[in-house]
Design a protein around this ligand. Structure first.
Ligand SMILES: [Zn+2]
Ligand SMILES: [Zn+2]
Ligand SMILES: [Zn+2]
Length: 133
């Protein structure tokens, strides 16, 4: 992981935005912010083609592409979505803008039920950063 390597390799996507609180990124239909976020919620830390989801952080009610984005921008520790809220919207598909409940996300077999975009199966390894286990 070569995070913060210079100013990031300008990929083919020039529209990267870092949004400090309390602002949110107006390209999304939900409150969302992060570090060098592209139009499909890839960020400075997770930048693969399949990195197109953002999780809601209940501590601030804001979606972030990853926990590192929350760590860098928020002034508090990230909280995980409690099991009691798994039926509520908690995951954003950056590809189509749909919000999924955590339950729907966990059941979706690594692709968006709305648009079919592939999700990163590797995210599963980090679920405990976002979701109560
Ligand atoms: Zn927070
Ligand atoms: Zn990030
Ligand atoms: Zn989608």
């Amino acid at each position: 992981m070569d995070r913060e390597a210079g100013d990031g390799g300008q990929g083919d996507d020039g529209d990267r935005r870092t949004t400090p609180p309390p602002e949110t990124d107006d390209r999304f239909s939900v409150p969302l912010r992060g570090v060098a976020v592209d139009r499909e919620t890839r960020c400075a830390h997770y930048d693969d083609p399949v990195d197109v989801i953002a999780f809601r952080f209940p501590c601030c009610g804001t979606y972030y592409p990853c926990f590192s984005c929350h760590e860098e921008l928020a002034d508090h520790d990230g909280e995980r979505i409690p099991r009691s809220a798994f039926g509520e919207p908690g995951v954003l598909c950056g590809a189509c803008g749909a919000t999924l409940s955590v339950e729907a996300y966990l059941a979706c077999d690594e692709a968006c039920p709305d648009c079919g975009a592939a999700f990163n199966p590797g995210c599963r390894r980090h679920h405990d950063r976002y979701l109560e286990t």
